[in-house]
Design a protein around this ligand. Structure first.
Ligand code: CUA
Length: 340
């Protein structure tokens, strides 16, 4: 008995120590996990979180009852020295019927609000909803605002307190549009349009991510959601509707010339300058905080690095290395980062 116990003590102690070390070294806290779904910031997020908690509490209750009964039975009916073989029991109709009914009732308690919620999320959006068309592409996100007639990429801005209807489509393969804290996750499927509606509670910045494996750079298919108070959203819209900034200074001017003479124009739109549609719209590229679908900060150095070796920064990226180096990339980066 003693040897068996000591055999278990060491691994258990080691496991506990390792767990404690892991938790303390990570400094893990529920409040600094940006990809969490349990701190919802929209009506959609709160509704799905409510269902999640309902299921969690019921399953916790079942766990406690079942494990409690198990432990009680183990202690109460364990073998005592000199005890005769206990009477052999086969089946207990009352018990079997009652636990079948009890679990059927619990399934109904969970099932009814779940089904109600599924229907609620499929209701038509409000007439006042903001429509945002989302295209999931390998490996970046395109956002079009038909009401305001402009397109942007990898950064979706929405107003707080106004319903937003995201219309999702995929020009290439299946993706999944996921905004953990806003509670939204929906597949983006070629050949069909899925819709997701939600109303964000208040201003904030949230990370988003493709949640369906879609090829080499699936993990690099991120985006940012910026929720504005009403007025600052209107300001942002007005900024995006403006024509692109004119290049200021020799370097940016040279970059503008390189852009219009090189293959860049075949893939990228800069309104009034070029009309390519393969890659992200760059009209107000410098208004975005990040580059390459939230891969790195949008700085002239990173833009130059990206132009010189996109395949290294984002494996499998469709953007080719056009062979530009040194002064050329510097000029292009100066031009692009002037497009506020
Ligand atoms: Cu797109 Cu994974």
């Amino acid at each position: 008995m003693r040897t068996a116990r000591s055999r278990f003590r060491l691994p258990t102690a080691l496991l506990l120590a390792a767990t404690a070390l892991l938790l303390t070294s990570c400094g893990w806290s529920l409040w600094d996990v940006p990809m969490t779904t349990v701190i919802p910031k929209s009506d959609f997020g709160k509704a799905t979180h409510g269902l999640f908690m309902l299921i969690s509490w019921w399953t916790l209750g079942i766990f406690i009852v079942v494990e409690g009964a198990l432990v009680w039975a183990c202690l109460r009916f364990r073998e005592k020295p000199g005890q005769p073989i206990p009477s052999q029991v086969h089946g207990h109709t009352v018990l079997e019927v009652s636990w079948t009914i009890a679990f059927a009732v619990i399934l109904l308690i969970i099932g009814i609000p779940t089904i109600r919620m599924i229907f609620k999320t499929q209701e038509p959006e409000a007439a006042t909803a903001l429509r945002v068309e989302v295209a999931g592409r390998q490996w970046w996100w395109e956002f079009t605002y038909p009401e305001y007639k402009f397109t942007t990429a990898n950064e979706v801005h929405i107003p707080a307190g106004r319903q937003v209807a995201f219309y999702l489509h995929a020009p290439d393969v299946i993706h999944s549009f996921w905004m953990p804290q806003l509670g939204g996750k929906r597949d983006v499927v070629p050949g069909r349009i899925n819709r997701l509606t939600l109303t964000a509670d208040g201003p904030g910045e949230f990370p988003g991510q493709c949640a369906e494996y879609c090829g080499t750079s699936h993990a690099n298919m991120r985006f940012r959601i910026v929720v504005h108070p009403k007025e600052s959203f209107e300001q942002w819209v007005a900024g995006q509707q403006k024509p692109p900034a004119e290049p200021v200074g020799d370097l940016a001017q040279k970059g503008h010339e390189i852009f219009t003479q090189a293959a860049c124009v075949g893939c990228h739109t800069i309104r009034g300058v070029s009309g390519g549609v393969m890659g992200p719209d760059l009209t107000h590229f410098a208004s975005r905080k990040t580059l390459g679908a939230n891969l790195m900060a949008n700085t002239p150095e990173n833009v130059a690095k990206w132009i010189e070796n996109p395949g290294h920064m984002k494996p499998g990226a469709l953007m080719p290395d056009l062979g530009m180096r040194g002064e050329q990339t510097k000029a292009l980066a100066a031009y692009l980062t002037s497009l506020k």
